[in-house]
Design a protein around this ligand. Structure first.
Ligand SMILES: Nc1ncnc2c1ncn2[C@@H]1O[C@H](COP(=O)(O)OP(=O)(O)OP(=O)(O)O)[C@@H](O)[C@H]1O
Ligand SMILES: [Mg+2]
Length: 378
């Protein structure tokens, strides 16, 4: 007999895993739907469904077992979410919100319609000429996949006609339409987590994200910016989430330009890498507030418990097992938190885990976290 609230998550990666851990801590049950058995989240629950949203039977079983459904990425065609909604189950974020976010071109149009600042962009069709784009956006510019892009896989920076041709060929393999975006000469990249229910909206601190090769490497919380810029960033982030009718948890990525302007880069309708630090650093983690918001419950405090926090992604350094060979070595660093995602295999550059350190001064904790990251062999 089921006597608990069961939260279904579409997807079983590390984001689902950490949301599951927060849910379980509060006594909820979690069901995971993922294509392969033994996913990072699936391995932590008996309610593991192996299959995907296009498998009617599996999806029906999954839906029937859950009280409410959420997701961990924006890659599920929103028509499937619509189908779940039609079955009578609530999905948070809704099909409507996902439809406004998952195609980055539509997302940018939605923001533009609400006068929310973002880099200038234009659609690129198969007959769009390099010169037309240069005329609109200047050089360099970015060519991006409208859908299915992550960790920079759907992006290419274009400096000349030759690059444009190569980028189109490369991105074509991702089977998505394309768009072009003006290159932003940013001084910092910022991000904010926003969580919203029908009754409340809350923001986490503005953080700085540092990407290497288009993948987030480090997060500094809070970002070293003026209170005015932080306020503006929070205001725009909330406005962006309202623009997509967003209920649930959202990551908002931004550029801070050298002139002090804030431009929205993109929205993520789910827990976000830039919010991992909140597990140790805030009264309520992004994952707990994800769960609270999905259930429509009161949100927890998004404030930090210490003045500073840093997060470093553990990216795969070799091919092989997904567990570090030298965990005992790493754990000698007593004041950092190590998270390993339980992926079966490591690959060079793959997100395998992360390290968080909290304290009074950014520099000191960054040193400790970097030291731990250097030692880890995964
Ligand atoms: N218009 C731009 N100007 C300058 N740099 C950019 C621009 N767009 C993207 N970038 C750089 O590329 C990174 C990844 O871009 P973007 O966020 O669009 O892609 P993504 O694949 O969805 O990434 P992720 O999944 O890591 O968020 C950005 O964080 C930024 O460093
Ligand atoms: Mg991004």
């Amino acid at each position: 007999m089921r006597n608990k609230i069961n939260i279904g998550i579409l997807g079983g990666g590390q984001l689902a895993r950490m949301s599951l851990m927060a849910a379980v801590r509060m006594g909820f049950e979690v069901s995971i739907l993922e294509k392969q058995e033994g996913s990072p989240a699936g391995q932590l629950t008996d309610n593991e469904y192996t299959g995907w949203v296009d498998d009617k039977k599996i999806l029906k079983n999954f839906i029937e077992n859950c009280d409410v459904i959420t997701l961990e990425n924006e890659f599920i065609d929103y028509h499937y979410i619509e189908k779940i909604e039609k079955s009578g189950k609530k999905v948070i974020p809704s099909a409507k919100t996902i439809s406004l976010i998952q195609d980055k071109y539509i997302q940018k149009e939605t923001l533009r319609n609400k006068k929310i600042p973002a880099a200038k962009f234009m659609s690129v069709e198969c007959d769009t000429k390099f010169e037309e784009v240069v005329k609109e956006l200047g050089l360099p510019f970015l060519l991006k996949s409208r859908t299915m892009g992550y960790d920079g896989y759907g992006n290419a920076t274009v400096y000349c006609d030759e690059d444009f041709k190569i980028a189109i060929e490369k991105l074509k393999t991702r089977k998505s339409k394309l768009f072009a975006e003006k290159f932003v000469n940013f001084s910092k990249e910022l991000a904010i987590m926003v969580v919203r229910t029908e009754k409340e909206i809350a923001t986490y601190p503005v953080v700085e994200t540092v990407q290497k090769d288009h993948i987030c490497k480090e997060v500094i919380a809070p970002a070293d910016i003026s209170p005015e810029i932080a306020e503006k960033a929070k205001y725009l982030a909330k406005k962006a989430i309202r623009a997509v009718d967003g209920i649930g948890l959202y990551g908002v990525e931004m550029f801070l330009t050298k002139e002090g302007a804030i431009l929205i880069n993109e929205l993520a309708p789910r827990p976000h890498n830039s919010g991992h630090y909140t597990i140790e650093a805030c009264y309520t983690s992004q994952f707990e507030n994800h769960i609270r918001s999905v259930l429509g419950y009161p949100l927890g405090s998004t404030e930090m418990i210490k003045p500073a926090a840093v997060m470093i992604n553990i990216l795969g350094k070799r091919e092989g097992e997904g567990f570090p060979e030298n965990m005992d070595e790493v754990l000698k660093e007593k004041s950092v938190a190590i998270h390993i995602y339980g992926k079966k295999k490591s690959r060079v550059g793959r997100k395998m885990g992360h390290i968080t350190a909290i304290g009074d001064k950014t520099e000191a904790i960054l040193k400790k976290a970097r030291k731990a990251e250097k030692i880890i062999n995964i």
